[in-house]
Design a protein around this ligand. Structure first.
Ligand code: ZN
Ligand code: ZN
Length: 230
């Protein structure tokens, strides 16, 4: 696949990356809406502003994808291609590292003037819906994207681990913005759910911005005493 992409003109690459980002967004929203249907939660119609910002986020993410590809092509991002145990180890490393980096980033945003100017935008709705995963201030989308590119430039990861991580990232993002908890409370007390950032975990953050800054796990919140049960 990377060989196919390397042979494309830059115009073709922009088209491919834009289509890929839009497709991922569409599939993510369909997945979110399917869960809401299963839980019989009434699905809120997305506002015009939400749809517009979601499209802007897609344009920025297309630029991030292009930048990532450019960094890879010029040897700044080095990936592993072997089908081995490295996939699991690298995925776990990416999962934990990005969770910690985003926790710090998110905590810092809430405790500085940046919150009022930028991140408040995402907190417009206390009752989030799946599309709100993509309703971020453009600066924030650039910030998260840059953080991602920085980490994969500094450390070499297995390419399959990167793809699995990206899929898991979207999965957690959608789950966090369902506005409803599909996992029964009994199961949420079990390992590994006990340590994961569930729907109610991030929903709680939308209801009360002093708690739950993590994304995939609640480990950092528990460690830094900012954890509140959903
Ligand atoms: Zn926040
Ligand atoms: Zn959110």
């Amino acid at each position: 696949m990377l060989r196919f992409l390397s042979a494309q003109s830059s115009f073709n690459l922009w088209v491919i990356f834009a289509a890929e980002n839009l497709l991922v967004t569409l599939l993510a929203l369909l997945f979110g809406w399917a869960i809401l249907k299963l839980t019989h939660k009434p699905i809120q119609q997305a506002s015009r502003q939400e749809v517009f910002v979601c499209l802007v986020t897609n344009i920025i993410n297309t630029m991030i994808t292009y930048a990532g590809f450019w960094l890879w092509k010029h040897g700044y991002i080095v990936l592993g291609y072997e089908l081995s145990w490295r996939i699991i180890i690298d995925f776990f490393m990416l999962f934990m590292l990005m969770d910690l980096a985003m926790f710090i980033f998110h905590y810092f945003i809430h405790h500085s003037a940046i919150y009022k100017a930028i991140h408040r935008f995402h907190h417009h709705y206390t009752d989030p819906t799946p599309i709100d995963l993509f309703v971020l201030h453009p600066f924030e989308t650039v910030g998260f994207g840059s953080l991602w590119l920085l980490i994969i430039t500094l450390i070499s990861f297995n390419i399959y681990a990167v793809f699995i991580y990206l899929a898991v990232n979207i999965f957690f993002g959608i789950m966090g913005h369902l506005g409803v908890e599909p996992i029964p409370s009994g199961i949420r007390k079990l390992i590994p759910f006990k340590y994961l950032g569930t729907s109610s975990f991030h929903h709680r953050h939308h209801l009360d911005i002093s708690y739950n800054y993590g994304f995939y796990t609640n480990i950092w919140d528990k460690l830094f005493k900012t954890y509140k049960e959903g």
